[in-house]
Design a protein around this ligand. Sequence first.
Ligand SMILES: C[S@@+](CC[C@H](N)C(=O)[O-])C[C@H]1O[C@@H](n2cnc3c(N)ncnc32)[C@H](O)[C@@H]1O
Length: 351
Amino acid sequence: MVDTDKLHQFVGKMLGDLGGAASIGLVHIGDALGLYKTLHQQGPMTVAELAEAAGVNQRYLREWLSHQAASGYLAYDPATQKFTLPPEQAMVFAIEDSPVYLVGAFEAMAAFLGNQELVKPAFKTGQGVAWGDQAGCMFCAVARFFRPGYHNNLVANWLPALDGVVAKLQSGAKVADIGCGHGWSTMFMARAFPNAEFVGYDFHPGSIEQAATHAREHGSPPNLRFEVGSAKDYPGRDFDLVTFFDCLHDMGDPAGAAAHVRRSLKPDGTWMVVEPIAGDRLEDNLNPVGRLYYAASTMVCVPTSLSQEVGAALGAQAGEAKLREVITAGGFASVRRAAETPFNMVLEARP
Ligand SMILES: C[S@@+](CC[C@H](N)C(=O)[O-])C[C@H]1O[C@@H](n2cnc3c(N)ncnc32)[C@H](O)[C@@H]1O
């Protein structure tokens, strides 16, 4: 028997979900054409004023603004016919360094949709989809999604939560950032600790090229370099700190990577593993953050791992217990949760 009240509630939820899904392209367009930033910088505007300021067609813009107002992303004043980006919405759509800047998340959703035609056949074959083969610029979207979290937490909270690491970085430590992607994490650390030496490794040559380009555009700190290298064979020994940001679960052989990290560290070194926040059981992750991560995991993380040797496919919601198992299998004696945010957990592993 269908319960009519429950049905109405569920269809109401679906309307919200569909509205969010329909907004993906529009948020992307608003970001790419500078519409949010112009509204943020110049304050309330009519369609004509914003069209003039942003250099876009008024008819398209009127439809876009109407959608944004209907979504609650912009406020609309019928008396003046002006649209406003309220301060809270500006933190989400216009201020790139804000801890809740979510434009990168919308970009990631667009990239997941783009991956459909690659992932759908893989459901039948069980094969993987290599990171470098994924649709559109998955790498750009992922880098933009994680950047606000690293910008706001890495130097201020995560590194200080590790035992004795900041003191080593200040006096001149040797650091490797593995699976560094576009290298924001590596650059934030290199800028904060000019006496330490940083190298970012990733097995995807396109990402390393982008990381080097970003670093040049941001003044290229002299203590930073990027090189192509995989988690199981990056060169160098005697690192004081090795970091993995949101990438261990993407690897085909995370236990093999853990063993290589162990070999590359000094005996008193530290491995910082930043992973998506998750509980250990499915029922712990049936919430809005788990929902986003399971989607990412299905479309990106599991296919990436299955395309590599071993194909452990931990998934983006592996949880601390599973991660601990993999890390200790690599020869680490202790693992501790040092910090967490709504999106990430930070594990400290010591030999
Ligand atoms: C989700 S992205 C995270 C990138 C970056 N650390 C960040 O947080 O923005 C995962 C990264 O892991 C890299 N990766 C996956 N498997 C790898 C492996 N076996 N060795 C090195 N890098 C790997 C991918 O190329 C990709 O850049």
